[in-house]
Design a protein. Structure first.
Length: 268
């Protein structure tokens, strides 16, 4: 096990005690290609009270070398085996000292808007969120509601959770890619924290990462039940309706494709 960071030397992450401390959490495995840029975008933020916590899953590339080289810019880093993305995130939380937590992928980048949003953190029972750049385009989806949650999640890289969330919750590691979706649904049901939206682009979300290129089979297997249990009857019925339309559209498109193929083959 390797570890480092300036907090190990007893240096506090807090630079100004009259404003909140934000813990930015990054989990990585063999991410040397992206890690330095990720660290730099956190370090270069105008907002002063940020600690960067990085959990590495026993990388075999230059990841640990980069962490060692940047120990003066990272509050705490640890390299050891883990059981996946959300297991690493759960472990990272215990090393955080912030009032709010933000999860940034190693291949994602913070933008200046992050500091702008950080200046609006007031209520420690509120989760604040903004927008991301996805596939080169800013995504402005507005305030979330239970019907939007049926079909979409608040992007993890746009969301700052208050510390109190993780005093009673962890990510469910049974969901390998969508545990953040599951947590959000459960928090929405509990109604113990509020969600506040700002039309500010705070990060670049790399759509080529695992959450953009794969899908969580266990989540989609349980999706209907999760929606019913956490959002209620009307959102559940809406989910069934939209799912029916999507399946019908796929069938129609498949038949159109077959017909075009038949026409083309016949013409040949």
């Amino acid at each position: 096990m390797n570890k480092g960071g300036y907090a190990i030397s007893g240096i506090s992450s807090i630079k100004e005690d009259h404003i909140p401390l934000i813990s930015v959490i990054t989990v990585v495995r063999n991410g040397a290609e992206f890690l330095q840029a990720c660290i730099d975008t956190v370090r270069n933020q105008e907002y002063p009270n940020i600690e960067h916590i990085i959990l590495d899953g026993n990388s075999q590339d230059r990841t640990v070398d980069i962490l060692i080289e940047n120990s003066h810019n990272i509050a705490f880093w640890l390299s050891e085996p883990d059981n996946g993305i959300y297991d690493a995130m759960n472990k990272a939380i215990q090393y955080c000292n912030g009032d709010w937590y933000m999860f940034l992928g190693v291949d994602d980048l913070l933008l200046p808007g992050f500091s702008e949003l950080a200046n609006n953190l007031v209520d420690k029972s509120t989760a604040y969120y903004g927008c991301v750049i996805y596939k080169g385009i800013p995504q402005y989806d507005g305030p979330i509601n239970k019907f939007k949650l049926v079909r979409a999640n608040i992007c993890h890289q746009a969301l700052l959770y208050p510390k109190i969330v993780f005093e009673t919750h962890q990510y469910d590691v049974n969901y390998k890619i969508a545990a953040d979706n599951v947590l959000l649904l459960r928090l929405w049901k509990e109604q113990k924290i509020k969600f506040e939206y700002y039309e500010i682009v705070i990060s670049i979300f790399n759509h080529l990462g695992i959450s953009g290129t794969d899908w969580d089979r266990f989540f989609f297997k349980n999706r209907s039940k999760l929606i019913y249990d956490n959002l209620g009857t009307l959102p559940y019925l809406y989910h069934l309706y939209v799912s029916f339309l999507e399946k019908a559209r796929k069938k129609i498109n498949k038949r159109i494709h077959k017909f075009k193929h038949f026409i083309g083959a016949d013409a040949g």
